[in-house]
Design a protein around this ligand. Structure first.
Ligand code: ADP
Ligand code: MG
Length: 289
């Protein structure tokens, strides 16, 4: 039987929008010493805005934006939503992309008016053997590169911002005794490093494909003394959530798969609720023991 104290802890947490899926997780969370954070949608708002459109010679801004936007109508990624909503609606339906393929952690491939379009990150272009200006890698913003029929056509800069409580959350995690805080992201290293610096996070790995996240996470979990919690929101975070000692999902805008796989769901999407969940766990343990 579950000790009465755990019901109190689960209730106290749920009043803060923190759903523990069982008393055992309230206990397990007190032993966590490493917290691994996803970037987009977890420490950032996950709501992007188009900042700039930089076409390559031979392409206009409009051609570049429209080609990418039409293809992005076929994706649910937050980057796709930003690009699609930046184009007036009446322009979108003229062409229909066919043979659309979404490549997880990279972007999209499709055919549009008989032309092959790529819209995604540097990895997507590299995989397809398309050269792009190397300085794109150094831009500390998310960039969506485009190629038309095997030719680089330019890029679109999209930006997302940190959640208001992200920095406080990192500070509170340290106060709660978390020795290691790590960020993992499919976004480019330049932006991941910049945000980690702003947040005071020790280690941050970018340019990760979904399987790269799993591999990094396994490295962190391999030491049996490490009790690891992963916090994420995306479909691609589900494998790591499942591998965690305590998997935590952002449940407001998070994907259903992440919410179902997690042990703890933060309904308000606020990262500051992570250290709060740990504190509630610890307070509950004192009552139970
Ligand atoms: P994260 O790990 O930061 O939550 P994802 O794994 O969802 O990010 O995506 C990683 C990267 O893949 C994005 O930063 C982006 O460069 C690229 N990407 C994924 N989907 C798309 C898309 N629909 N359009 C453009 N780029 C995309
Ligand atoms: Mg995410």
């Amino acid at each position: 039987s579950i000790p009465l104290g755990y019901f109190g802890g689960i209730g106290a947490a749920s009043r803060q929008g923190i759903l523990f899926k069982g008393g055992n997780y309230l206990d397990a969370i007190t032993r966590i010493n490493t917290v691994v954070l996803d970037k987009t949608g977890t420490v950032t708002k996950g709501v992007f805005e188009v900042q700039d459109i930089i076409p390559e010679e031979g392409f206009s801004k409009e051609e570049l934006l429209h080609a990418v936007a039409i293809v992005e109508t076929q994706s649910n990624h937050p980057i796709a939503k930003a690009i699609v909503s930046s184009v007036p609606k009446e322009r979108i339906p003229f062409a229909q992309p066919v043979n659309v393929k979404e490549v997880a952690g990279q972007g999209l491939e499709a055919e549009l008016d008989g032309k092959k379009i790529l819209a995604g990150n540097m990895k997507l272009l590299e995989t397809n053997g398309i050269a792009y200006p190397p300085e794109v890698a150094d831009i500390p913003e998310t960039t969506v590169l485009c190629a038309v029929d095997g030719k680089y056509a330019g890029y679109i800069v999209v930006a997302d911002e940190l959640k208001e409580d992200a920095k406080v959350a990192v500070e509170e995690l340290r106060k709660a005794g978390i020795k290691d805080i790590v960020m993992l992201s499919g976004d480019k290293q330049a932006i991941v490093s910049k945000l980690a610096g702003e947040l005071g996070i020790d280690r941050a790995y970018g340019d990760l494909l979904p399987e790269g996240k799993v591999q990094r996470f396994e490295e962190l979990s391999i030491n049996p003394g490490n009790k690891v919690s992963f916090v994420g929101d995306g479909i691609n975070d589900a494998p790591v959530l499942a591998m965690s000692d305590v998997g935590i999902a952002m449940g407001g805008l998070g994907s259903d798969v992440a919410i179902e796989t997690a042990d703890v769901v933060i309904q308000t999407d606020q990262p500051v609720k992570i250290p709060m969940a740990i504190r509630i766990g610890k307070a509950t343990r004192q009552i139970v023991i």
